[in-house]
Design a protein around this ligand. Structure first.
Ligand code: FEO
Ligand code: CA
Ligand code: CA
Ligand code: CA
Length: 752
C-alpha cells in the first residue's frame, strides 16, 4: 500500500515535500506517510484510535470484517479472496450507525416547537455555546428544502395543509423556468398560492437557537429558555425583526443605482441557505448563506445593485422548490453573506458583515489571536469557487471580548492564489488591484466566468484570447465597478466571486468547510474537482486526478500562513488527504464536507455525496450497457451512505481514515460540534429520504456492485438498499425528519 500511496501523491497537484512546510516549526503531516497500519491490536482498534470502526460497504485498510470461518480478519492483511468473501453481501441501515459502546439521542427534529415558531428543515451547522456546567445554547442552521419529503410530509409534521398540487399544476406550463409573480396583482390566485408556499418554505430555513442541559445520565434535553427563537427566511417582513448589516455593502443597499432597490436601506429581510458556520471565542455564531442563487437573483450590476426579483422565478415540482424570494421582492444583493448571531441575546436576529464578502459561503474558519488582527477564512462552494480571508484593520485585545464583533466592520477581504509548487498568496479585493484572470484553458471544463460590462452580471469565457482581451480592456478592479470609493468597495464585496476571478484568484474544487486547527493551520475540504457547464471547474494544476484529469472524489488541504501570522499575505499548502478508493490511494470516502477538529488536532469529517448517486448500482467490469466506462460521478454508488470519518493528524495512524459512523438513507450528516469536555458530539442529520421520500412498508431492493479489494481486485457485492427513509421514528411509514442528535459513549467517557 505504501508505494501506491506515494505514487498517488504524484497526482495530487503540487508534489508533497517540495516545499518546507515546517518552516513555522510545526510538524507537517504528510498526506499518506509511512507508519500506517503499524499499531493495530487484536480487536482492530489501532493504537491511537479509541473506537472500533464501523463496517461500511467497501473494504478499507482501516476496517475489519468477519470471514466465512467466523474469524475476525484485518482487511489490511487479508487476501483478496478473504476480502471478497467478507464483503460479498452488505445491508445498508436506515439509521445512524455508530461504533459499539456509542449511542445517540434526538435533541430536536423538524416541526418541534421553538419560541413562537418551529424547528426548521434541513439542519446543518451546529454551534454549542456553553452558558454554565452542563448547559448551553445550541445554534442550528436550516439550509434548504428537499422538495420530495417536505411536500410529502408537511401536513403530517407541521399540521397545516398547503396547496402544493394546485400550484404545481398551475406552474407546469412554465416548466423548470417557473413563474414570475413579483409584479402580479396581490389578488392574483396563483400569486396567493405562491405566497403561501414560499412563506412556509422560508420559515423552514434560516437559523434557530435552542437551550439544552445535560442530565445526570449524560443525556441532553431541551429547556425552552427565553433565548429560544427562530430567525427565518422572512424575519422582518411582518414582524419587524430585521437583520442588520455593516461595512461598505451598506452604502450600496442605500443607493438608488442601476438596479432594484428594496427601500429598506441597511435593514434586511431574513436569512436563508444557511449551510455551515463558525463560533467565535466571544460567544457569537457565524452562519454562512450558501446557495442563494436558488432563491434570489445572484448576479448584480457594476454598482453592486440587485437585478430585478423577476430574474429568479418561483418554481416547484416533485423534486425542487426555488425562487422563494420572487413573490416577496427580496433584493438579491442582501443574501450570500456571513451572518453573526449572539445566541444569548433574545433580541438579536443577526447582522450581515459585508466586509466578509458575498458569495456562496459554505463555512467560516475563525482565527483569533490576542495582539493580532482577526482572520476569517471562508470558501465559495461552487465549481470554480474561491477561498477567501478577511483580515481586520485593528488587532484583538481580548479574544473573549464581545466588542470584537466591531473588528469585522473594517479591514480587507482577500482571495487566494494557489501556486502548483505548494506556495500561495492573498489578493486584496479592492479598486486598485490589477485585473489578471487565469486563462480558461487551465481549468476543468475549460471556462472561466468574468464580470460582464457594461450590462452587469457575468459572461462565460471559453477562449484564452478572450481572457487576454479582458485584461487588456480593464486594468484594475476600479474599471469594473462603479460608485464613490466606498460604494465601489461595497460593489466589489457584493460581487466578490466575479471580482476575485477577474483579479486572478484560483478557481478551486468546491470548498466546503474551512476549520482552524489548534496550531493555527487551516484545513479546507474541497468536495469535488469536477466541472459544470455553467460554473466551470478548478485549476487543474492544483486540483488534479491521475494524468492531470478532473477528480470527483475531493481532497482535504492544509494551509499554513507564512510565519503562522493571521495577517500574512502568503502561505504554503499541501493536500492532507484525498477521497477515492483505497486501490488508487484514496482513503475510502468521496466528497468530504464539514470538519470539526478535536483538542488533539485530529479531524472528524462528514462526507456529502449527492443524494441521487448514493448506492447507485455499478455493473461488473464497471462498464455500462453500451460498453462505456461508468463515470467517476456514478462510481460514487460504491461508497454507500454518507458517513462520519476520523482522520488522525498525529501518531502512527496519520494518513488513514477510520469510519466512525454512517448516516440514515439519502441523508448527509452535517454540523459536527464537540462540547468543551468532548464527551458529546452534536450532529445534524440533513435530508433523510431526499430522493425517495418516506420509505413505504420497509421497502428495499437488492443491487449489485463491482467492488474492489484494497489491492484492486474486482468482486461483486449484493447490497440491500432501503428505498427512502423513516428516520428518526424508524417505524413503518414514519416520516423522514431532519433532526439534531447528541452522540456520546454509553459509559459517558470522552469521545476523543
Ligand atoms: Fe451546503 Fe456546500 O454544502
Ligand atoms: Ca456542506
Ligand atoms: Ca466545521
Ligand atoms: Ca451539502
Amino acid at each position: 500500500m505504501t508505494i501506491k500511496r506515494r505514487e498517488f501523491l504524484l497526482f495530487l497537484g503540487a508534489t508533497a515535500g517540495s516545499v518546507a512546510l515546517n518552516s513555522c516549526h510545526q510538524k507537517f503531516v504528510m498526506p499518506f506517510g509511512d507508519g500506517a497500519n503499524s499499531a493495530k491490536n487484536a480487536e482492530n482498534i489501532p493504537g491511537s484510535i479509541n473506537f472500533k470502526p464501523v463496517k461500511g460497504p467497501m473494504p478499507l485498510p482501516t476496517s475489519s470484517a468477519v470471514a466465512e470461518t467466523g474469524q475476525l480478519i484485518q482487511i489490511s492483511t487479508a487476501s483478496a479472496q478473504q476480502q471478497a468473501q467478507a464483503y460479498s453481501t452488505y445491508e445498508v441501515a436506515d439509521d445512524l450507525v455508530l461504533p459499539e459502546g456509542f449511542t445517540y439521542d434526538i435533541i430536536a427534529a423538524w416541526g418541534d416547537k421553538v419560541g413562537d415558531s418551529h424547528f426548521g428543515y434541513n439542519n446543518d451547522y451546529l454551534s454549542f455555546v456553553e452558558t454554565g456546567k452542563d448547559e448551553g445554547l445550541l445554534t442550528v442552521n436550516f439550509e434548504y428544502i428537499s422538495a420530495k419529503p417536505w411536500i410529502q410530509t408537511y401536513q403530517k409534521v407541521i399540521g397545516k395543509s398547503l396547496p402544493f398540487a394546485k400550484l404545481e399544476k398551475a406552474i407546469t406550463p412554465a416548466g423548470k423556468s417557473g413563474i414570475n409573480v413579483f409584479g402580479a396583482p396581490e389578488k392574483d390566485p396563483i400569486k396567493k398560492m405562491v405566497k403561501q408556499v414560499a412563506k412556509a418554505a422560508l420559515i423552514d430555513v434560516g437559523i434557530g437557537v435552542i437551550s439544552v442541559i445535560r442530565n445526570d445520565d449524560g443525556k441532553w434535553v431541551r429547556t425552552n429558555s427565553p433565548a429560544d427563537r427562530r430567525i427565518t427566511g422572512i424575519s422582518g417582513l411582518e414582524d419587524g425583526r430585521y437583520l442588520k448589516s455593516t461595512g461598505p455593502g451598506v452604502a450600496v443597499f442605500n443607493k438608488k443605482g442601476k438596479g432594484y432597490l428594496d427601500k429598506l436601506g441597511d435593514k434586511i429581510i431574513g436569512t436563508f441557505n444557511n449551510c455551515a458556520g463558525g463560533t467565535t471565542p466571544w460567544g457569537t455564531v457565524f452562519s454562512a448563506e450558501e446557495n442563494i442563487q436558488n432563491f434570489v437573483p445572484e448576479p448584480v450590476f457594476a454598482d453592486g445593485t440587485s437585478f430585478d426579483p423577476g430574474r429568479k422565478n418561483f418554481y416547484i415540482d416533485a423534486e425542487e422548490i426555488g425562487g422563494l424570494g420572487n413573490v416577496f421582492g427580496l433584493a438579491g444583493n442582501k443574501y450570500g453573506w456571513m451572518v453573526e448571531v449572539d445566541p444569548a441575546n433574545p433580541k438579536d436576529y443577526g447582522t450581515k458583515h459585508t466586509w466578509l464578502g458575498r458569495y456562496r459561503h459554505e463555512a467560516v474558519g475563525i482565527r483569533v489571536v490576542a495582539g493580532k488582527p482577526l482572520a476569517f477564512y471562508s470558501g465559495c462552494d461552487r465549481r470554480s469557487g474561491h477561498i477567501y480571508k478577511f483580515v481586520s484593520k485593528n488587532a484583538v485585545k481580548d479574544p473573549k471580548d464581545r466588542a470584537n464583533s466591531k473588528l469585522l466592520t473594517d479591514g480587507m477581504l482577500y482571495a487566494a492564489k494557489f501556486n502548483a509548487d505548494g506556495t500561495g498568496k492573498w489578493i486584496a479585493l479592492k479598486a486598485d488591484t490589477p485585473v489578471n484572470p487565469d486563462l480558461p484553458s487551465i481549468h476543468a471544463g475549460g471556462i472561466i466566468n468574468l464580470p460582464l460590462r457594461p450590462a452587469g452580471g457575468f459572461f462565460k469565457v471559453e477562449k484564452d484570447a478572450e481572457a487576454a482581451a479582458f485584461k487588456q480592456k480593464f486594468k484594475t478592479l476600479d474599471d469594473l465597478y462603479e460608485g464613490t470609493a466606498n460604494e465601489k468597495q461595497g460593489a466589489i464585496l457584493i460581487d466578490a466571486h466575479y471580482a476575485a476571478s477577474a483579479a486572478g484568484a484560483t478557481c478551486t474544487a468546491r470548498p466546503e468547510d474551512t476549520e482552524i486547527a489548534p496550531d493555527g493551520s487551516l484545513y479546507i475540504t474541497f468536495t469535488s474537482g469536477s466541472a459544470s457547464d455553467s460554473d466551470g471547474g478548478p485549476d487543474l494544476r492544483i486540483f488534479q486526478g491521475k494524468d492531470g484529469k478532473p477528480y470527483e472524489y475531493g481532497w482535504i488541504m492544509r494551509l499554513i500562513e507564512d510565519g503562522n501570522e493571521p495577517s500574512a499575505m502568503s502561505f504554503q499548502w499541501e493536500m492532507f488527504a484525498a477521497g477515492g478508493e483505497p486501490e488508487t490511494g484514496g482513503l475510502g470516502f468521496a466528497n468530504p464536507d464539514n470538519l470539526v477538529i478535536d483538542k488533539g488536532g485530529n479531524l472528524w469529517m462528514v462526507n456529502d455525496m449527492s443524494s441521487d448517486k448514493l448506492n447507485g448500482a455499478v455493473p461488473a467490469g464497471r462498464i455500462d450497457k453500451d460498453g462505456k466506462p461508468i463515470s467517476q460521478s456514478s462510481l460514487r454508488g460504491l461508497y454507500g451512505n454518507n458517513a462520519i470519518w476520523f482522520l488522525p493528524a498525529s501518531g502512527p495512524s496519520v494518513g488513514e481514515a477510520f469510519l466512525f459512523g454512517i448516516g440514515p438513507m439519502e441523508c448527509e450528516t452535517t454540523g459536527p460540534f464537540f462540547t468543551e469536555d468532548e464527551k458529546t458530539l452534536f450532529l445534524a442529520v440533513q435530508h433523510p429520504g431526499e430522493v425517495n421520500g418516506m420509505r413505504k412498508d420497509m421497502a428495499a431492493e437488492n443491487r449489485n456492485f463491482a467492488m474492489k479489494t484494497i489491492d484492486g481486485k474486482e468482486f461483486m457485492q449484493t447490497r440491500k438498499v432501503p428505498a427512502g427513509s423513516n428516520w428518526p421514528g424508524k417505524k413503518v411509514d414514519s416520516p423522514p425528519l431532519p433532526a439534531v442528535v447528541a452522540i456520546r459513549r454509553v459509559n459517558s467517557q470522552r469521545l476523543t
